[in-house]
Design a protein around this ligand. Structure first.
Ligand SMILES: [Zn+2]
Ligand SMILES: [Zn+2]
Length: 359
């Protein structure tokens, strides 16, 4: 099934023609749990990886023998998904209790090379905003699932670009670390449904005049809404709780129609390639190449939520009835930073080291 972002509630470039200079495309990945093949783009799926190519390893010295067994992380998620909406069975509870006992691999030393975790593979033919070195059509993304690396104390990310036609015999089985520092560093296997959308620059990075214009226009929209809003009073003023709930639901539906630039018109939520970086939790920070100084746009955004309360207008039409379903809004089970990690690459030379940013 494809995934389709609903049209934006209004044409923001018609209202603010200057925004045309701050437009970029992004490819939303729309990961959903499934079983991809190595010929497809995926999250945590099998990689088109040559049999004779060494698998990336983490050689940093840090504790590698303690954490969560990947097999347990996956089993726990399967149990939780199966038991959604009901109590655990005795057997499920017994399995969950057993996991708590065995979160380590005693034989692993801190300086042993640890196979990295395959996080994603993306083909240019499916993900048009994927921009890499000339002639390379496949990006493979790995990380070491321990949040101990670098100044950010986070996962260590490795990017590998290739020409898919160069790959002959494929490596099977594919290595992975036995243990992850935190379960939320382990993505659940997903197929992806790439969809290209248009984004506009983060509000705080537009020039002041444009920011002011947008703020004034939003205030105008708000006033209009207040004029026809009726307001919801406390539960006490309704005959039954059900009536109160119904009134609240109506109010929420109304809120959904309120439009604002940040939530609805600028930057798409969820896993994506390309587009702009949102700075909703911290002030915008420049992300410049350490080699040549060029401003580095985000190549890959890894987001905890496919949409949340403020970004509901981006929920694909195919998922309209499933916005409370964790397999739709949190399909990958990954949670880095305060919910969002971006991998930025150099536009001048993709071989320059990437950088990470967080929100
Ligand atoms: Zn590591
Ligand atoms: Zn550079």
């Amino acid at each position: 099934m494809t995934r389709t972002t609903p049209p934006r509630p209004l044409d923001v470039e018609a209202a603010f023609p200057a925004l045309a200079a701050h437009r970029r495309t992004a490819t939303r990945l729309h990961p959903r749990r499934g079983s991809p093949t190595m010929q497809e783009s995926s999250v945590a799926g099998p990689l088109l990886w040559p049999a004779d190519d060494p698998w990336p390893v983490c050689t940093a010295v840090h504790q590698k023998n303690r954490g969560h067994l990947l097999s347990d992380v996956r089993l726990r998620r399967r149990i939780q998904e199966a038991a959604r909406g009901r109590e655990y069975t005795e057997e499920e509870q017994r399995l969950l209790d057993g996991m708590a006992q065995r979160g380590h691999r005693p034989g692993l030393r801190d300086d042993d090379p640890l196979p990295m975790l395959a996080v994603a593979q993306l083909y240019v033919r499916e993900v048009p905003d994927l921009a890499g070195p000339e002639g390379h059509d496949l990006l493979q993304v790995f990380w070491c699932p321990f949040e101990v690396h670098g100044d950010d104390r986070t996962v260590e990310v490795v990017l590998k670009w290739r020409r898919s036609t160069d790959v002959g015999a494929v490596l099977t089985p594919q290595p992975e670390p036995p243990v992850a520092g935190r379960a939320e560093c382990v993505p659940t296997m997903c197929v992806v449904h790439p969809e290209r959308v248009v984004e506009h620059e983060y509000l705080g990075l537009l020039d002041e005049e444009l920011q002011e214009g947008i703020a004034e226009w939003e205030e105008g929209l708000l006033d209009e809404n207040e004029d026809d809003g009726e307001g919801v009073s406390s539960p006490g003023s309704y005959a039954t709780y059900a009536e109160y709930e119904a009134a609240m639901a109506e109010t929420r539906a109304g809120e959904q129609e309120e439009i604002d630039y940040m939530s609805d018109l600028s930057i798409a939520p969820g896993w994506k390639v390309g587009g702009f970086a949102s700075w909703h939790l911290t002030d915008p920070a420049p992300v410049d190449c350490g080699v040549c100084g060029a401003a580095m746009p985000p190549l890959l955004t890894i987001d905890k939520w496919e949409c949340d309360g403020t970004s509901r207008s981006w929920l694909p039409v195919e998922d309209r009835d499933a916005e409370d379903d964790p397999s739709i809004i949190d399909p990958t089970d990954v949670h880095l930073g305060r919910g969002l990690m971006r991998v930025h690459t150099c536009p001048t030379d993709p071989a320059h080291p990437h950088r990470l940013s967080f929100q």
